[in-house]
Design a binder for this molecule. Structure first.
Ligand code: SAH
Ligand code: SF4
Ligand code: F3S
Length: 480
């Protein structure tokens, strides 16, 4: 997904340079960091005079921002590139960027010779220079960093796709090297932005009307301010105190770096959302060891007890892998009992998928596919039951919801709670019309389902002060 940029503001629409039309089309796969990278890439391209088009047929430059996390991702990329082949023609250029680009490198030119640019995320700060070379007619341009750089990609031209909720990547890369994971190889070494630069960007965003800020990082809580001024928890509080900011989220946290002051910061700061995504991967200490996660079940459960002990009802979500090499029935059973112990509000579960370059690829993928499938089914069924019951705690609560969209067919509003739950609600008696996207509405929960909540907006009357969104120009965030 990439979402829409807020209209085209590039100059020189349709201009030709070196045979390349200065129009571009971008397709994005993968995690939120990739989605946000695309927002930065789009802004950079627009600043360089490129105009975005919504159909690849009309584009001079086609960019494919790729993900490599699971399931033979590279094969899918080459398959998609093969489809692009049909579009080849005068003035068309192809670029492969993101995690598969970094992973496969120059092999992409061999397999898809019509590609002119292959760049991993650690090289995007050099994009203007790479574009200039592309315009000069070069056809083998690479930006492949391979864990060298200490620099982050900061740009004042980020084209955020949503005017109310905006991402800021505060830390890039990963130094954890879990046995199954490609990220340390595709995203480079861990490096953080300074707290000062993050706060400047967050303040400008608040001035522009953004009310929700989401910090991103592969391990967002491994954040270390290079200037040493602020801890991660202090940065959360500082951004939560910016005038105009109503919600602050952060994802993804790693258990190793999860400190108690994060829970204390949430308890003390109303704008920090009641939600922590803390992937556990497995409930078995033996499997965690084999995965090189560097924590045990007990270590993880201790962090859970901090969160369960908070003053606020902090929602907890997780990622899990089933069928890691060597996972026994007893190990898997420990994952199921962990679900019962923690009571997650959502779990993203995956079958282990061997990935190139990772240590686990050398382990015998010992669990048959049918067993992986069966374990995944058991896990999801159990989790669904937990959610069916656990979501019941919200019945009759009043929750503030940020309006995300309208379901006109059902005359419902789709909102999101501080716990990141979807709330489908109708307007209360006497309310006329629907609240605009980006507004915040108090909603009484009338029904709970395993994956969402249903409610009715409180009838607050015509004089009630309800937050209505503002979107101010300019769109660009100028970093100082
Ligand atoms: N940095 C985060 C996770 C990033 S990757 C963390 O450490 O928790 C997102 C999720 O993809 C992981 O949490 C994991 O559950 C899943 N994943 C990563 N590599 C995988 C693989 N090889 N096979 C299956 N799932 C994988
Ligand atoms: Fe991958 Fe582990 Fe890094 Fe998460 S912490 S991105 S799972 S290597
Ligand atoms: Fe995929 Fe790269 Fe994100 S592998 S999940 S796009 S870090």
């Amino acid at each position: 997904m990439t979402g829409e940029s807020w209209g085209s503001h590039g100059v020189g629409y349709g201009r030709y340079t070196g045979g390349v039309s200065k129009t571009f089309y971008i397709e994005t796969f993968g995690c939120q960091m990739n989605a946000h990278d695309s927002e930065k890439v789009i802004g950079t391209l627009e600043q360089q005079g490129y105009a975005r088009v919504q159909d690849e047929v009309d584009a001079g430059l086609i960019l494919y921002n790729t993900c490599s996390i699971r399931d033979k991702a590279e094969q899918k990329v080459f398959h998609r590139l093969n489809e692009y082949k049909k579009l080849q023609g005068e003035g068309k250029r192809f670029a492969v960027i993101g995690c598969v680009a970094q992973q496969e490198g120059e092999k992409i030119f061999e397999k898809a010779p019509y590609v002119s640019l292959v760049a991993g995320s650690a090289s995007y700060r050099n994009l203007p220079e790479m574009l200039a070379r592309l315009e000069a007619g070069e056809t083998r341009i690479t930006g492949l960093d391979d864990r060298q750089t200490d620099e982050t990609f900061e740009t004042e031209f980020t084209a955020r796709s949503n005017p109310h909720r905006g991402y800021i990547t505060i830390i890039e890369g990963c130094d954890k090297f879990c046995a199954y994971c490609v990220v340390p190889y595709t995203r480079g070494k861990e490096r953080s932005r300074t707290a000062a630069s993050v706060l400047v960007e967050a303040r400008k965003m608040a001035d522009m009307g953004f009310t929700e800020i989401q910090f991103l990082g592969q391990n967002v809580n491994s954040y270390r301010d290079p200037s040493g001024r602020m801890s991660f928890a202090e940065l959360l509080v500082a951004v939560g105190e910016i005038e105009g900011v109503k919600r602050v989220r952060f994802t993804t946290s790693h258990p190793r770096d999860f400190t108690r002051d994060i829970v204390e910061a949430i308890d003390a700061t109303p704008t920090l959302c009641d939600h922590i995504h803390l992937p556990v991967q497995s409930g078995s200490t033996a499997v965690l060891k084999a995965m090189a996660r560097e924590y045990s079940r007990e270590w993880y459960l201790e962090r859970m007890s901090w969160i369960h002990g908070a003053k606020r009802d902090i929602s907890i979500t997780s990622d899990m892998i089933v069928g890691f090499p060597g996972e026994t029935d007893a190990d898997f059973e420990e994952t199921i009992t962990l679900l019962d112990a923690v009571k997650y509000d959502a779990v993203f579960a995956f079958k282990f998928s061997p990935r190139p370059n990772t240590p686990a690829v050398g382990m015998v993928d010992s669990i048959p596919e049918e067993v992986k499938t069966e374990r995944l089914r058991i896990l999801m069924d159990r989790q669904r039951e937990i959610q069916r019951e656990h979501y019941g705690r919200h019945l009759n609560e009043v929750q503030e919801c940020m309006v995300e969209s309208h379901n006109m067919a059902r005359m419902q509003v789709v909102g999101r709670s501080t716990q990141n739950k979807t709330v489908n609600f109708v307007m209360g008696a006497g309310e006329v019309g629907m609240p605009p996207v980006g507004s915040y509405v108090p909603v009484r929960i009338t029904k709970t389902l395993p994956n969402c909540l249903v409610g009715e907006a409180l009838a607050v009357g015509p004089d009630a002060v309800r937050y209505v969104p503002v979107v101010r120009q300019p769109q660009f965030v100028v970093l100082n």
